[in-house]
Design a protein around this ligand. Structure first.
Ligand SMILES: *[C@@H]1O[C@H](CO)[C@@H](O)[C@H](O)[C@H]1NC(C)=O
Ligand SMILES: *[C@@H]1O[C@H](CO)[C@@H](O)[C@H](O)[C@H]1NC(C)=O
Length: 416
């Protein structure tokens, strides 16, 4: 009871202080200009004005802006010209104060100017900026569709033999954490306010396409998991190591959640912890799949399309970081965020390993799965065909025989 009264009082105070001052907002919080180029930035007051206002801007060396601008009472809008002087990845057009044109020198600013800033990038080339955006959308698409070749392959074979279940479970855990992180960061204004307290004058690090990507990735992983219940799966199961690891991730997340509920952690800390789980998952999720391929001496059932798209996405992601650094002379994205960069590299290294497994090490391996191989194997000839192929490669005929009749030739559950 006391708490809800306190809350109501707090809400009233908050509403009161908001009602007191209208805010002054830019038409866009981000601006990219080339060196020497001039662009217009408008500011709009959201409340009523008693007259024309003069707003004052802070000075920075990277851009040329006027010292002040007029916000007209008639349309509550003022516009300034911003010119790029020297290349930088981050500078601001900041409002430092304001007063009525008719008011005295030290009269109070009637507007809340806390959010009256524009994040500005001064770049070498606008064309390169466009390339960077295109690259960004390309890896978004590549990563988003990378889940479907595996789903299609499972569907065509009506089998998930060869797809490692540990990989799948870890992926689901990873994308669950990532989805919660992105959704809360993007939609929850309370968490956003915590973020902005810690990172003054920064934009939300999560964009709408991050949210879309995460939700869709989780959905695709769940579809794949459902396939594992419906289709042929041999003797494959989730390993005890993975169950142990997943329990650690799960416990860590649940304990973080509980500690946030009882206010030991902030909610921002909670979602940051989830992002650490996502990172840990990325670090280890490919290992069991690579090991399974190695044990089977085959990549049959593990979609190479998925690998190629993942590789494309990862490479373009790093390409984009390089292009961004070139365009702004700022390479701190690599040193300042080594985790993101490192994880990108880990994925690329594993994708290369999978390509080597698929195209070099195990490429002659044949299985008697006519749909996947594209050959109409007759039941009688299939054994000779597949054995012949295997023996040529590794002399272990049974190890790669996972196909339509996988139930009769079980997958070895443990490595030799
Ligand atoms: C606004 O800036 C101009 C120079 O750009 C200056 O001449 C003028 O006095 C300034 N106005 C106020 C109210 O400070
Ligand atoms: C707002 O009004 C002023 C004069 O009243 C005019 O110069 C300015 O262009 C107007 N701005 C917009 C965005 O309409």
């Amino acid at each position: 009871m006391a708490r809800s009264v306190a809350f109501a009082v707090f809400a009233l105070l908050l509403a009161g202080s908001v009602a007191q001052k209208a805010s002054l907002r830019p038409n866009d919080q981000q601006l990219t200009v080339e060196v020497g180029q001039t662009k217009h930035v408008s500011f709009h007051a959201e409340g009523d004005l008693e007259g024309d206002l003069v707003v004052f801007f802070s000075h920075t060396g990277n851009i040329d802006i006027p010292q002040n601008a007029t916000i007209f009472a008639s349309n509550k809008t003022g516009t300034i010209e911003v010119t790029g002087i020297t290349v930088t990845s981050l500078t601001y057009v900041k409002v430092t104060g304001c007063r009525y044109e008719t008011g005295s020198q030290d009269s109070e600013c009637p507007l809340n100017t806390e959010d009256s800033f524009v994040v500005v990038k001064v770049v070498h080339s606008n064309a390169l900026s466009i390339v960077i955006i295109v690259v960004g959308w390309t890896y978004f698409v590549a990563w988003s569709i990378s889940f479907y070749p595996q789903i299609y392959l499972n569907f065509k074979r009506t089998s998930v033999v060869g797809l490692n279940f540990d990989f799948l479970l870890l992926n689901i855990i990873g994308f669950t954490c990532y989805t919660v992180y992105n959704v809360l960061m993007y939609f929850d204004s309370y968490i956003q306010s915590l973020y902005h307290q810690e990172h003054a004058r920064s934009l939300n690090p999560v964009l709408l396409n991050d949210v879309v990507f995460a939700v869709h990735a989780l959905f695709a992983c769940i579809v794949t998991a459902v396939q594992c219940f419906l289709y042929e799966r041999g003797t494959q199961r989730i390993s005890w190591t993975c169950i142990g690891l997943s329990s650690v991730f799960g416990l860590f997340s649940v304990i973080s959640l509980l500690l946030s509920i009882i206010s030991v952690f902030s909610w921002l800390q909670f979602i940051n912890n989830l992002s650490y789980v996502k990172m840990a998952v990325t670090l280890c999720k490919y290992v069991p799949q690579a090991a399974l391929n190695y044990r089977r001496k085959s990549t049959i059932g593990w979609s190479i399309g998925n690998v190629l798209l993942d590789f494309t996405g990862g490479t373009l992601d790093i390409c984009q970081m390089v292009l961004q650094a070139l365009n702004t002379d700022d390479w701190t994205g690599f040193s300042g965020n080594p985790v993101k960069f490192g994880l990108g590299l880990v994925s690329i290294v594993f994708d290369v390993l999978f390509m080597i497994q698929h195209y070099c090490l195990y490429r002659h391996v044949k299985v008697n799965d006519a749909i996947y191989e594209g050959i109409n194997n007759s039941p009688t000839s299939s054994t000779t065909l597949s054995r012949g192929g295997n023996e040529a490669v590794n002399g272990e005929p049974e190890s790669a025989d996972y196909g339509a009749n996988a139930s009769t030739i079980p997958v070895r559950p443990t490595p030799p």
